[in-house]
Design a protein around this ligand. Structure first.
Ligand code: AMP
Ligand code: ZN
Length: 139
């Protein structure tokens, strides 16, 4: 289902023009309007889902297959030397458009694109507690 107020629904379904690099029955891949690096693209499902957790399983699987196919083409076409997949869920994770999307960010040596985090030290006891909480939620 489409959400009438969602800009990515409109782009994915061709109601708003975009720089499309790939399209199939379920997805459209477009260039990001404000790219982190040259060629930064977004994989948009045509069906509306706010985030990974409300996305149907087969769409989640399909998104990774599109990333593999289009990412390989980008590596060849753009001569990038790496590529990040980024997918934000929730405002605190940096999600600004509330329609699931998977970023394909081509990387070039020394490009300075800000997709890396600063590592922190970890406490073994706390790590064990965290792991236990997650295991419990999965049980
Ligand atoms: P996120 O922060 O993960 O929600 O990413 C949203 C992305 O969508 C950002 O990288 C924006 O630059 C990009 N974006 C927002 N509006 C448009 C648009 N109309 N066309 C293409 N990209 C867009
Ligand atoms: Zn939408």
């Amino acid at each position: 289902m489409k959400d009438q107020n969602c800009i990515f629904c409109k782009i994915a379904n061709g109601e708003i023009p975009s720089n499309t690099v790939y399209e199939d029955e379920n997805f459209r891949v477009i260039l990001d309007l404000s790219p982190a690096s040259k060629g930064h693209a977004l994989i948009l499902p045509k069906e509306h889902a706010e985030n990974l957790f409300t996305l149907p399983e087969e769409t989640a699987q399909g998104a990774i297959l599109v990333a593999k196919k289009v990412g390989a083409a980008m590596m060849e076409a753009l001569s990038c030397t790496g590529l990040n997949l980024v997918q934000n869920n929730g405002a605190s994770a940096g999600q600004t458009v509330m329609h699931f999307h998977l970023h394909l960010i081509p990387r070039y040596d020394g490009d300075g694109a800000m997709v890396q985090w600063e590592p922190h030290s970890s406490d073994p006891a706390e790590q064990e507690q965290i792991a236990e909480k997650i295991r419990e939620a999965l049980a």
